[in-house]
Structure formats: C-alpha cells, structure tokens
Design a protein. Structure first.
Ligand code: UDX
Ligand code: UDX
Length: 464
C-alpha cells in the first residue's frame, strides 16, 4: 500500500490530498502542518478552507485513508511519497524584498525530511517555486542524517480557488517533472486512478517548475490586458464586455480570462509574476523582467483607478460618507482574501475618510480587519495613530447586503458573489442616501434595471 504525506494543510495541500484519498482508497494520505489550530479545523465540521464540495469529500475519507495531524516526523518516516505544500510568500526583507520568493519554509521542510527519513523517499514539490529550487532541495536532502536516499519531483498544482474540487476531479493536465523515470512513474500511477494518462504530462524538473510561473503570468497578463482596454473604453464609449466577447470568439484568443474587473487578486498571480521578474533580473534579462512587471503595474493602476473614479463621481469627496462594500474575497466562492483588490480599495477609501460598511458572505469579520491592518501598517508592523483610528472607527463589518447599504451613499461591488445579483434593489434604494450610486467593479449587475429604479450606475470599461 502506498503511503503519502503532505506537509502544509493549506488551500492547496488540503483539497489536493482530500482528492487523492477520495480517488485512491488504497492509498493512505496523512496531511501534516505546524499549525495546530488549522489541523484541528481540518478535523472538525468547519474546515479552514471554504470550497464548494470539499467538505463532503473530507467527511467521507477522514478516519479511513485521510488523516490530519501535527505529527510531522512520524508522517515523514512512514511515507513513500512526501509532498511539500507549504507557503512561499514574497520576501519582505533583505535581498530581493518585494519580489523574490521566501524559501525559508521550503528549506525548513527539506531539512526536516532529511533528519527524519529512512530508506528511499520520493519528495514532490507541490508549492509554486522559482526555477531550480529543486537543486537546493536535493542538496539539503543529500545530507540526510540516516543515509536515506531521495528522488525529487516537481508537480505544480493548477487548481483555482472556488473551483478546486472540479479542477482536481477533471484537470486540463497534471504536470510532473523529474529525473528518474521510475519515480515519475510512481507519481503518475497515483493520478492515473482518475486522470486519463494522456493528460499526465512529464517533463524535466526545470520545465515543470517554470511552467507554473509561466501559466500564472499568462493568465494574469490577459486580465491586465483587458483591464488596460477597459480604461480606454471608458473614454471612447466602447463597451469592454462587448470588446471581450468580440475578441474572445477568435479561436486563437479564446473567451476565458477576459473579464474586466477592479483588479486581480489571490495568493498566486502577483507573487508568481514578481518571482518571474526577480528570476529574469537575476539572469540579467532586464527587458524580459520589465515586460512582465508591467502586468503587475497595470493591476495596481486598475485598483487605484477604481477608487479615484468613485471619489471623483461622488462630487470629489467621500469624507464622512457611508459606503457599502459588497464582497471582500479575491473572487467568489472562496473565503480567501490574499491580495484581494478589496483590501486596496478599502484602504484608499478609508484614507479619504469614508465610513465603510463591509459585507462578504464567507470572509470572517476579524480577517477583514487584519487584512486592512496588515496593508496599512509600516514595515515594523505598526499602525500610525490616524490609520488605527480609521480602522477602529470607520470600518463596520456587517451581516448582509441590506445592512451594508442602509444609509449609505454608494455601493461598491468588489467580488462577483452570485447573491449580489439577486439583492432586493428596490428596497435597498429606498434606504440609501440620494443620489444613490452603484460602482460595479465586476460588471455583474443588470445596469439598465438599476437605472430604472433610480440608481446612478458606474461600471468597469463601459458607460451606463
Ligand atoms: C501554498 C503556496 O502559497 C503556493 O505557492 C503553492 O502553490 C501551494 O502552497 P496555499 O496552500 O494556498 O499555497 O498556502 P497556505 O494556505 O498558506 O498553506 C500553507 C500551510 O503550510 C499552512 O497551513 C502553514 O501552517 C503550513 N506550513 C508552513 C507548515 O506546515 N510548515 C512550515 O514550515 C510552513
Ligand atoms: C490562479 C490560477 O488560475 C490557477 O491555475 C493557479 O493554480 C493559482 O492561481 P486563483 O488565484 O485561485 O488561481 O484564481 P483565478 O480564477 O485565476 O483568479 C485570479 C484573480 O483574477 C481573481 O481575483 C479573479 O477575480 C481575477 N480575474 C480572473 C479577473 O479579474 N478576470 C478574469 O477574467 C479572470
């Protein structure tokens, strides 16, 4: 019986391992993490990660072939295949700060594996990593205390949050990079339980590592490209959704990732592009670095532009005005807020002295305050008095769209949650200040119907 261990019970490690356990009843899967509270949550009825369909799978496998614990060394000793799925945030200090990936957690994992392992193990990089990280992992492993031997594979995860379960069930491809064909085959066999072998691509280690960064850079580039065009649409009376539909029918372009928005977020896009930029600079490819950096700059511009437009439209001042913020997650169907455009928009509105009523169906109240604190704090993690006062006094996290909009001058849609489309806008309008503005940062509402009710509607890349 194959035994798998996964270090890191996060948004990637948790769902991926649950799917392996679900599809491979004869494989024993042990997910470990240094964070006891996170492990306790994985063992409870309220999982730490919200994903449609995830709970059902975890509940069906937990106690059978799926285990969550903090017994890291034991899990390493028992496993044949060890996945590393810890986070690799952007470095905030020292060389490469703000760009390079912080690999300290990866290194720590590799050292722990080297210390605890006996015999032969396959170590799989699941975390997204800069090219040639496997080199470092291999060197650390080769210093094993117990003479253990290792094969290192790269197996990046392409799931998107909010659709993790369907992405895992039916992936476009599974990518496995490595050197030893026997080790690669062992991992192919695991995925082949449910993925067509034709969709399991095998490459060398470095191609696999670089493919993940490149895929995210291309996806983010599409969003930044359409967002750039949205700014042009706003001044030319073109409609960005019509432009996207028109170009998307060209089979060479394709229809996906062309939705103009308030800006992309999530734990991967920005981090992976900055990483790519750092790598290019490291190798002296300055023009290549600059090219990709522009994708992130365009995204910053889009987020800042949204707030500027709100303020300008509302007679150049939002000071003391109550504003309803609908949605705080970086996209719908997830409770994840990492790099969410909402955090940046809310910060900028707070610094205009606005009062924010924030509602998100899945994000925890404390998370919203923590995200704002983290963004507004200085490098030492301290808030100045003014920002502290703004977060304490001007941020109200509420329980419904209705509560957020009551008494407000405007509603800003920052996440495309389905429930926002079916809100009772007649009633909401009657409870708002007039003129009542809607800023649809996701272009999801029926703008003509809202206008008929009386709202003044502003959208991304189109005149309403
Ligand atoms: C992470 C990376 O950010 C991403 O680049 C990669 O593709 C997959 O892994 P995610 O699962 O979303 O993504 O991260 P996160 O939800 O933060 O989970 C990481 C987990 O690793 C955390 O629960 C953390 O406690 C754990 N961890 C971290 C360890 O168990 N040991 C460590 O040394 C560091
Ligand atoms: C992304 C990749 O899609 C996935 O393959 C990889 O494994 C991790 O990074 P994720 O960040 O979970 O996944 O979500 P994604 O659906 O890619 O959306 C990223 C951001 O782009 C979101 O903020 C989303 O709202 C935004 N977006 C996406 C747009 O603004 N417009 C679009 O057309 C698509």
């Amino acid at each position: 019986m194959t035994k798998i261990c996964c270090i890191g019970a996060g948004y990637v490690g948790g769902p991926t391992m649950a799917m392996i356990a679900h599809k491979c009843p004869k494989v024993e899967v042990h997910v470990v993490d240094i964070n006891q509270a996170r492990i306790d949550a994985w063992n409870s009825d309220v999982l730490p990660v919200y994903e449609p369909g995830l709970y059902e799978i975890v509940a069906a496998c937990r106690g059978k072939n799926l285990k969550f614990s903090t017994a890291i060394d034991q899990a390493i000793r028992e496993a044949d295949i060890i996945f590393i799925s810890v986070n690799t945030p952007t470095k905030t200090f020292g060389a490469g700060a703000g760009r390079a990936a912080n690999l300290e957690y990866i290194e720590r994992c590799a050292r722990r594996i080297a210390e605890s392992a006996h015999g032969h193990k396959i170590v799989v990089e699941k975390s997204t990593l800069p090219v040639r990280t496997a080199e470092a992992v291999k060197r650390i492993l080769s210093a094993s205390a117990n003479g253990a031997t290792f094969d290192v594979l790269s197996n990046p995860e392409f799931l998107a949050e909010g659709t993790a379960i369907s992405d895992l069930l039916d992936p476009d491809r599974v990518l496995i990079g490595g050197e030893n064909p026997a080790a690669i085959e062992r991992l192919v066999d695991v995925y082949a339980h449910w993925v067509d072998r034709k969709k399991i691509l095998t490459t060398n280690l470095w191609s696999s590592e670089l493919s993940k960064l490149t895929a995210n850079a291309f996806l983010a580039q599409r969003v930044s490209s359409i967002n750039a065009i949205s700014a042009l649409c706003e001044v030319t009376e073109a409609n960005v959704d019509e432009v996207a539909a028109a170009i998307g029918t060209d089979s060479r372009i394709g229809p996906k990732f062309l939705k103009a928005s308030v800006g992309f977020g999530g734990s991967c896009f920005q981090k992976d592009i900055l990483n790519l930029v750092y790598l290019c600079e490291h190798y002296g490819l300055h023009e290549v670095a600059e090219y990709w950096e522009q994708v992130v700059k365009m995204n910053d511009y889009q987020k800042a532009r949204f707030t500027r437009n709100m303020v300008k439209t509302m007679f150049n001042t939002v000071s003391g005005k109550r504003l309803a913020i609908w949605g705080f997650a970086f996209k719908k169907d997830t409770n994840d807020t990492r790099e969410s455009a909402a955090i940046y928009v809310c910060r900028d509105l707070l610094r205009e002295n606005a009062i924010l009523n924030i509602y998100d169906p899945k994000v925890a109240h404390e998370q919203i305050r923590n995200d704002l604190r983290d963004l507004m704090a200085n490098e030492a993690g301290e808030l100045n008095q003014l920002d502290r006062r703004l977060i304490d006094n001007n941020v109200h996290v509420v329980e419904s769209t209705q509560a957020a909009a009551s008494g407000a001058h405007a509603i800003a849609i920052l996440t495309e949650w389905d429930e926002f489309k079916t809100a009772d806008f007649e009633r909401i309008y009657s409870q708002m200040q007039k003129p009542a503005f809607i800023f649809d940062g996701r272009n999801i509402l029926d703008h003509q119907a809202l206008k008929q009710i009386g709202f003044e509607v502003h959208a991304i890349g189109r005149r309403v």
